[in-house]
Design a binder for this molecule. Structure first.
Ligand code: PLP
Length: 401
């Protein structure tokens, strides 16, 4: 079955990579960019860059307008309504660190932070560090065999001692959707704060913050086909009122003296210093582009490609999928073959996939693996990309076995 992506030609890098003999199957790490974004960045830099929220001159006003327009577009993308604010950070990782430092005063020794066994280091280490600073307990929710959080275990591990739940929406290793709504409800029943890592989930489908009910939702622009260096932190009003600024400097200040300063409320109070202006404007152009992509056609295309990927892997002897991937990516290991050797041979044949621990070492350890190869898909991938991948895989395995 041949599957052609109607969006491939919107991403000029795909052609450029093809001319270099490369097949890009690493979109879960970072996605290629649409022409619409490249045009917006060129326009911004060619017509006058300026800082935002400070200058009264025309370029400053234009940059501020475009920057704030993106804030509005992100709010629509997440269907915030009036329930909270969008804060721009320098990436998802910065957003988690902002939360772990900014919420620190709310914790007392013995309080518990609940995460799951599959978290990316970005949604693990900031909490682990906070736990060490404050004498907290980090509780880890176990997984079922198919790679989703075990809800039975969660119902007892999330309890009156839980002060915060931080949970991934879509695993970057297993490709499994997590039962975030249920977990958020469980945590809220105990008045705990809730943080959802949407770094992978935001790329696949639209997610409604009003319905999801979490206090904070985090993602990185670069995985959503936007520029790198930009992160998004959605915060609900009540939760933002409890968050302290983490970084201090220009533009987040209401009044400053040598001994004392007062700070702006959200969102600007959490955006100290010059923000990633071009990146945020580029994210706005990317969202305009994505709003023109028919969501159900895109979801169907991704689902069919994913099916081809998983079926092709399952058909090959000795290959074991890690978990039961549901969308966008699949990680696998091959009996008797070291990941690094296989990755090397795939790279030599122009196949851009990821090998290793995928920034989730505790999960890889818990699964008893030394690493895994991950193939991940974007809007622009075709079945021809997978055919080239499987040809390269077969050749590599023939050499290695
Ligand atoms: N969370 C998940 C699930 C991820 O996959 C990633 C990146 O791979 C991150 C968080 C961190 O994102 P960033 O490196 O853009 O800060």
């Amino acid at each position: 079955m041949s599957l052609i992506s109607p969006w491939r030609t919107d991403f000029p890098a795909l052609d450029a990579l093809e001319r270099q003999g490369q097949v890009y199957l690493d979109s879960a790490a970072t996605a290629q960019k649409p022409q619409a974004l490249i045009d917006a960045l060129t326009h911004y830099y060619a017509n006058g860059a300026a800082n935002v929220h400070r200058a009264q001159h025309l370029p400053g006003a234009m940059a501020t307008q475009a920057f704030e327009d993106t804030r509005h577009k992100v709010g629509e993308w997440l269907n915030l309504g009036t329930c909270g604010h969008v804060i721009f950070t320098h990436g998802a990782t910065s957003a988690f660190n902002l939360l772990a430092y900014g919420l620190e005063p709310l914790f007392q020794t013995g309080d518990e932070i609940v995460i799951s066994a599959l978290e990316h280091h970005a949604n693990l280490l900031p909490w682990q560090q906070l736990a060490q600073r404050r004498g907290l307990k980090l509780v880890v929710l176990p997984l079922t065999a198919d790679g989703t959080v075990d809800l039975d275990a969660a119902s007892s591990l999330i309890n009156a001692r839980t002060r915060l739940l931080a949970i991934s929406q879509l695993s970057n290793v297993l490709g499994t959707w997590q039962p975030v709504s249920t977990l958020v409800e469980m945590a809220k029943a105990h008045h705990a704060l809730t943080v959802v890592d949407g770094a992978q989930g935001v790329v696949h489908g639209r997610h409604d913050m009003q319905a999801l009910g979490c206090d904070f939702y985090v993602f990185s622009s670069h995985k959503l086909y936007g520029p790198d260096g930009v992160g998004v932190l959605f915060g609900r009003h009540e939760a933002l009122a409890r968050l302290r600024p983490w970084q201090f400097g220009g533009e987040m200040v209401l009044q400053a003296g040598y001994e004392h300063a007062t700070f702006r409320p959200a969102p600007l109070g959490f955006e100290a210093g010059t923000p990633p202006v071009s990146g945020v404007i580029g994210l706005g152009a990317t969202l305009d582009y994505l709003n023109d992509v028919n969501q159900s056609t895109a979801t169907e295309h991704e689902a069919r490609l994913h099916e081809l990927l998983c079926t092709g892997l399952r058909l090959r002897e000795g290959i074991r999928l890690v978990g039961v991937p549901q969308v966008a990516l699949a990680s696998f290991v091959v009996e008797g073959v070291h990941n690094a050797d296989l990755a090397h041979l795939l790279t030599e044949q122009g196949i851009a996939v990821r090998a290793g621990h995928h920034c989730a070492i505790p999960l890889i350890d818990r699964l008893g693996l030394s690493g895994a190869i991950r193939v991940s898909l974007g809007l622009y991938n075709d079945s021809a990309d997978l055919e080239r991948f499987f040809d390269a895989l077969d050749q590599a395995l023939e050499l290695l076995r």
